[in-house]
Design a protein. Sequence first.
Lengths: 337, 376
Amino acid sequence: MTTMTMAGAINAGLRAAMDRDPKVTLMGEDIGKLGGVFRVTDGLHKDFGDDRVMDSPLAESGIVGTAIGMAMRGYRPVIEIQFDGFIFPAYDQITTQLAKMHYRSRGMIQLPVVIRVPFAGGIGAVEHHSESPEALFAHTAGLRIVSPATPQDAYDLIQQSIACPDPVMFFEPKARYWDKGEVDETRVAAQLDAINGHAAGTAEMGSARVAREGQDVTLVAYGPTVRLALQAAEIAGQDGTSVEVIDLRSISPMDSDSVVKSVKRTGRAVVVHEAPTNFGSGAELSARVTEQAFFHLHAPVLRVGGFATPYPGAKFEHDYLPDVDRVLDAVDRVMQH
Amino acid sequence: MSASGPLSTDGLVQVLTHTGQPVDHPTFSAYAAQLGAEELREMWRDMMLVRAFDNEATSLQRQGELGLWVQSLGQEAAQVGSGRALNGNDFVFPSYREHGVAYTRGVDLVEVLRIFRGLQHGAWDPQAHNFHLYTLVIGSHALHATGYAMAMSRDGMVGNGDADKDGAVVAYFGDGATSQGDVSEALTFATVYDAPVVFFCQNNQYAISESVIRQSRVPIAERARGVGMPSVRVDGNDVIACYAVTQWALDHARSGQGPVFVEALTYRMGAHTTSDDPTRYRDRAEEDYWSERDPIARLDAYLTARGELSDDYRESVAAEAKALGERTRTTVRSWERPDLLTMFDDVYALPHSGVEAERAWFERYQRSFDLQGAAQ
């Protein structure tokens, strides 16, 4: 076990993947000598050189489009979009090309491209630097969407994503980059070594994790809101409400089976994410829970998240973003039923 | 016709005039000279077959056998000429009108029609032909071509001075695509990474109804100058010149000197697609002007004047074209829609629980009708 920050865990995971497979190539803006604006690729350019850690022209569509071409020749590009709000120039390439090539070619072309996206807010940034656009991509068939909440999951998931033959969008909760945790480096290594680094065996990639067990309410979160959900569960527990916290880890596929299983026990569900709640992944989860556990529910499924506004200025963000009080408010409301 | 802007004929490479008279070009005649009488006859034959197929597909659309057809009529020289310059290592990223290039890459043209009958979105194995699937989002594939070429460089496929080892990528797109950001980005990426790409723009003068003057105020090849990329403009209805210019461009890219831009000035003699109506936006005089510049007629005149097209040869090609038309009709009409559940196939390479759940539900739903039918 090694203590790592989440940024450090992603860095170590990238390094392990690059050591394992010479076709793994990093591309992005400022990821070379600078090590990325968040330093997630720190030191990799020095050790792997220009050909494996490529500073790209400042054009997101170009980065994704050329990564597609490289993947068609057997490379495994891992690209960095500098900030969530800058992904939209590449939206066309991601949704019309990257997501659909495998289907269009009837399985003849695999595109094992990983798109790393530092996302979500809480860092006092200017416009376009704090957004949570994951639902926009989860709505597109052909993409896998994951988001780690802990250094351990970050370390494992980045390597599983790189090994995956499908395109994966890897949403990194930037406010959690410097959170520390224990990382067992042997688990994912054993898994990937067993399949020569190329995952037919990344089933775990789409699975949720029970982050805390409880009996009264199922509280679902992913990425940046998992820590928040655990804090809320702790406080609720002191008040006599036992909250089970589920970390989805994957938005597409969404492991709603694990949530439904939990809700059938608790009878209550709250989902919390930073993205606006309207048309969000919480709405999808709520629909699935309602369809599959309707007669077990004691209360409507509630959503806690960002508002239906653009992400506001930094002086507003701590009130825009869900916080412990808003989560506890929702827990109280479902407990009233 | 306009003599300035994007339709300017200044500096247009020709080795045959539009009436089929040979003209010398200081650079490209040497490449043209690589073609003997047999190769030139084959080019004529290729263009005849591609046009016959194209006409047959148009008829099949009119008969309701295809949902849509995208004619290549008038662009046979640009496509066959450039396509025949490629070798086995080269890889093509077409747009969606490149049936002539597909033919030169050994794709069975009939298979292309699976797309237009609505059976599937891609209809051939790209690796088997070094010919990628058609891309319908305008200009997107210019970036894929560039990335593929960057990978070829890494794989040691440029600058060996060995025709068996070296290769390049050709990206085909039209005049309309040059207004897309992805094409501009592709020019930038290809240049700064020295990628072996030939950007082959068929300026057919129309993006559906919009004239090329709505896309550019200068000849399109001038775009390349802005990124420091060599470029050449060629008469796209001169099949020999298209071959020569592409051969030159491929030599440049394969040898490791980076990307090249080729603009082939041609004319879309047909409609954009079978859903289009060109009478609403262009006049008969313009169409007549260009039908006098038909690319097949030009090579025909040249070869006929030299006694290189015998009646026997013409008859054998006519018979071949007729047989292709018949095979196209018969095959297309025989295609049934595959099992409905196949629409859930290949969304992902690995199983995805969301897709699998819907497939299972749909299968049960379908079966429920069978059970009702059996009960009656």
